[in-house]
Write a protein that binds this ligand. Structure first.
Ligand SMILES: [Zn+2]
Length: 470
């Protein structure tokens, strides 16, 4: 995603603090201690910190009355192989905990341990999950910050826009006021200058950053959005987004608008964090290019041609079957299979290209992951590495796990998976073009069955090769 470290640290400041209390009727209600996430393990106390990923994270259980006070987490990790030392685990911990500890992913990079929120699967604290933990659900219309205007219908429309989930989510954040513009950072207690870094003229609120700042206005004009004093852009961020969302408005003709918003925000971040100015025509070019290639990929994946792609994946694959229209990138279908009672997690991928060469497949299994979502992430990372190993650097990955797609596009929103996301961020750099798209389960049956077979195997399995050649 190219987020600068400073940006990440701000986000982490906003999502992590040592404890959370839920306010009910103005009274703090119960103390909720978040579990500790693991990177180097240096700051974690084995017997008192909640680092074991049980349903409610807790300190480790010893296998007897003695708890070695000198034992530190780094002792338990073999840094050469980046794995847990089974001998020491057996020596110190209860068997129940050994299984849980072995499933904790170990990071190869040296960052500080982090705190995560364990009541949402992302590890990010949300007001809703906080209330749920206290068995209270808050329902009601979503009101715009400041004005009290009900914007629920507008927010609902965001999820119908044809674009990747990360862009839908971004638009949702724009509307609900959750973008880290200077005005918000000040409100969240980060003492910073509220003047826009880009134009150095006005206060930077969300509407200014995305729609009103002079370089931003230029982007919209170059992208052929109808501009006019009463029309667009106005002083209301809601009206400006609605200019594109409502099919009655002229802006709805501009199909690249979610990408334009996103790349405007990226250009703004490049300016703030890297002190580099991107030219408005460059922003338009990148945004429109990305929009186009995404739309093309959708036609290929969801259109009628897709059935023939599936036929190609079937065992009776024949070359003379009509292949989908030319697509230049590799397509890699990924899936994982997980069952609470099984020893292994299964992972599979299947990579096809339009050059008529046979599909390349990969199947493996490894110790059971912490959850089905952990399994999906681990399978995806393995598939990425296999693609790098095959020197496929221009790949569209396809998954039927929508949470995986969200995670990969919003790395910082999933602190519970931070260790994996570090790896994904590094591996992504190896690709010249990279995307991850969501497909239905039906479109992913072949990979699903590979993963399932690997999961049910009694032995370790690892297979990467062409084997659907006839
Ligand atoms: Zn500005």
């Amino acid at each position: 995603m190219g987020f600068a470290e400073r940006w990440i640290s701000w986000i982490m400041f906003c999502v992590s603090s040592v404890e959370y209390r839920v306010l009910l009727n103005g009274q703090p209600n119960g103390l909720i201690v978040p579990g500790r996430g693991l990177r180097q393990g240096t700051s974690i106390s084995i017997w008192t910190d909640p680092w074991v990923p049980a349903q409610f994270p807790r300190p480790a259980l010893s296998n007897g009355p003695f708890k070695d006070p000198t034992l530190r987490l780094p002792h338990l990790i073999d840094r050469r192989t980046n794995s847990w030392r089974k001998d020491l685990l057996a020596q110190h911990f209860d068997p129940v905990d050994i299984a849980l500890i072995e499933a904790i992913p170990l990071s190869s990079c040296s960052k500080a341990d982090y705190l995560g929120w364990h009541f949402t699967k992302t590890g990010k604290y949300t007001v809703k999950s906080g209330y749920k933990t206290e068995r209270v659900d808050v329902k009601g219309p979503f009101r715009a910050f400041g004005s009290g205007l009900v914007i629920t219908p507008l927010l609902a429309r965001v999820w119908k826009v044809k674009c990747p989930p990360k862009l839908q989510h971004f638009m949702w954040q724009v509307l609900s006021g959750c973008i880290s513009v200077s005005v918000n950072l000040r409100r969240w207690g980060l003492g910073c200058d509220v003047v826009c870094t880009w134009c150095e003229m006005e206060e930077e609120n969300i509407n200014h950053a995305i729609f009103l700042c002079p370089p931003t206005r230029q982007v919209w004009a170059l992208a052929h959005v109808l501009v006019g004093p009463q029309l667009f852009p106005t002083n209301s961020v809601y009206a400006n987004v609605d200019h594109f969302l409502d099919s009655k408005n002229p802006g709805s003709q501009v199909q690249a608008f979610p990408w334009l918003m996103w790349y405007i925000w990226k250009a703004r971040n490049t300016c703030v964090f890297e002190n580099q100015t991107e030219r408005p025509n460059e922003t338009v070019q990148v945004a429109e290019g990305e929009a186009l290639s995404w739309q093309e990929a959708q036609v290929n994946v969801e259109g009628e041609e897709f059935n023939s792609t599936l036929t190609c994946l079937a065992p009776g694959y024949r070359r003379d079957l009509s292949l989908p229209p030319v697509f230049t990138r590799q397509r890699c279908f990924v899936d994982a299979s997980w069952k609470a009672t099984d020893v292994f997690t299964g992972a599979g991928w299947c990579c096809i290209s339009s050059q008529g060469s046979p599909p390349v497949l990969g199947v493996t299994n490894f110790r059971r992951s912490l959850s089905p979502l952990h399994a999906e992430v681990e399978a995806f990372i393995w598939a990425m590495r296999c693609m790098i190993g095959h020197n496929f650097r221009d790949v569209v990955f396809l998954t039927d796990c929508s949470d995986l797609v969200k995670m990969v596009y919003f790395l910082t929103d999933w602190p519970a998976f931070a260790t994996y996301l570090d790896d994904i961020r590094i591996d992504r750099e190896e690709f010249s073009l990279f995307s991850l798209l969501y497909v239905s389960r039906n479109a992913n049956v072949r990979t699903d069955s590979l993963a399932r077979q690997a999961r049910m195997s009694l032995h370790h399995v690892l297979f990467v090769d062409n084997f659907l050649t006839n």
